[in-house]
Write a new protein. Structure first.
Length: 348
């Protein structure tokens, strides 16, 4: 009898613990760039449906993946946002922890290298960005070219790189290494300029690891200032320091167009249209990853995803486009909407 009572008591305690652990709201982490878009969808979803408004935390793409891939437990996030595609190492960690996930590309964004409107607008090239931001740069040969050696970056002012640039101090504020924006800045802007140096470009075929180290490693002497996962802070700092440049997503530039302006890069202005057509050279896709095992355990996940991939949300005339997200072409939207609504598990 005592054994039966003990079993019943244990079952009740377990059930109570399970109920205590269950959540009545969706939890989302990840990219600071996707955060404002996801927040708008969450607020709309909370108003339109019987479900609670999802809780969203801006942790950066890398930080979000780390939390998301910890396991299937209800104490882990249901969705993570990313301003770059999931890395193979992150996917493997998720797989090792028994997580099946669905990948949804949600749109496109451009990376702004911006300054205050009170200062002259910058006309940059990817090569100038690389030479200004890299920890080590190619040695100048004195004849307008480069030697085959690297030297520590000693550029202090922009006009030391190219005379056409302003004679102002090189000071750039941007996100930390956990940010997808930082990853994209390194890959699209810095590497884009890095490979204009022939001998470094050749390294990609012979020593990919060294090539990536040269092209992606940001200087640590104070020229680049980490702002954490807070794009609003960068905008505030730019207004207070007109000679400083800041790195953040197009949506923040769009929302603060009365205060800051985007630099042109390789002769292309940063606009909604140039990102949509692919003309602007520093643009990237944005993603959402859904933890399939949580669907049915946490209320509203399928419904929230359906709201995100509806035409009124991410379509050409959807409310996310009004917030600065660049919509995908119709065929791409159709493909990812199908993956999202059927919870098609990603394989890599």
């Amino acid at each position: 009898m005592k054994k039966v009572s003990l079993v019943v008591a244990t079952a009740i305690a377990t059930l109570s613990f399970s109920n205590a652990m269950a959540r009545d709201h969706i939890e989302i982490v990840g990219s600071s760039t996707v955060y404002p878009f996801s927040t708008v969808v969450a607020e709309t979803f909370g108003k339109k449906t019987k479900f609670k408004t999802p809780k969203i935390e801006s942790t950066g793409s890398g930080g979000g993946m780390k939390l998301f891939c910890e396991g299937n437990g209800i104490d882990t996030p249901d969705i993570t946002n990313a301003s770059r595609r999931i890395k193979k190492s992150e996917f493997q960690k998720c797989a090792d922890n028994g997580i099946k996930l669905t990948e949804v590309k949600v749109g496109y964004d451009g990376i702004a290298i911006a300054n205050a409107k009170s200062a002259p607008k910058f006309k940059l090239t990817r090569q100038a960005i690389f030479l200004a931001m890299a920890k080590n740069v190619p040695e100048v040969d004195g004849k307008g070219g480069y030697t085959g050696k690297l030297v520590p970056n000693t550029y202090v002012k922009w006009n030391q790189i190219f005379p056409s640039l302003p004679a102002t101090e090189i000071k750039v504020m941007g996100p930390p290494p956990t940010s997808g924006t930082r990853d994209a800045f390194a890959e699209l802007a810095m590497e884009g300029g890095c490979k204009t140096v022939p001998w470094i470009k050749a390294l990609k075929k012979t020593d990919k690891k060294q090539y990536k180290t040269i092209c992606h490693t940001v200087r640590e002497d104070g020229a680049y200032v980490e702002a954490g996962e807070n794009d609003n802070l960068i905008v505030q700092k730019l207004v207070a320091s007109p000679n400083m440049l800041g790195v953040f997503g197009f949506s923040f530039l769009d929302q603060n167009s009365d205060k800051v302006q985007g630099s042109s890069i390789d002769g292309k202005e940063l606009t909604f249209e140039t990102i949509a057509t692919g003309e602007y050279p520093v643009s990237r896709p944005l993603y959402m990853y859904i933890k399939n095992d949580h669907v049915g355990k946490v209320p509203g996940i399928k419904e929230f995803v359906s709201e995100f991939v509806s035409a009124s949300t991410w379509g050409d005339d959807g409310y996310l486009a009004e917030k600065g997200m660049i919509p995908m072409p119709a065929d791409e939207r159709k493909s990812f909407a199908t993956a999202a609504t059927t919870l098609k598990a990603l394989s890599m």
